[in-house]
Design a protein around this ligand. Sequence first.
Ligand code: HEC
Length: 111
Amino acid sequence: MHRSIALVATIVAGALASCTRPNAAPGDGAEAFALACAHCHASGLSGIPAAGVPEDWNARETRDFDVLLERVIAGHGNMPPLGSCAWCSASELRAAIAILVAGSEIEVPEP
Ligand code: HEC
């Protein structure tokens, strides 16, 4: 119960934070990650695969980077389309995914 309340609060906070592009150069995956993905992916809350936890990513059903990207764009399970990041370009999403899966067996293609 507490976990689902926390999840809803996280989703609302994230939706508010990620509506507009901040004043940064596009293409910065670290910023996209921090502003749009971290509130869900930082901690492994409610079984969400956590950033920088390779086991979480190795256990996913696919290790294909392009499939992961397609799923982020389309939305997947409880993850909203674009990971809720309306202003993220495809290259920012790719860079953000690279941060998430760092250290795992998922091969990150050259940008
Ligand atoms: C509202 C919370 C939320 C936000 C924000 C969010 N995610 Fe997710 N993400 C999830 C959940 C939940 C899953 C697990 C979905 C499932 O398997 O049902 C997930 C799964 C993923 C996966 C794995 C998909 C797969 O098929 O294994 C990737 C990659 C991912 N997220 C990347 C991102 C990126 C990049 C961002 C930021 C642009 C982001 N997420 C923002 C909740 C979120």
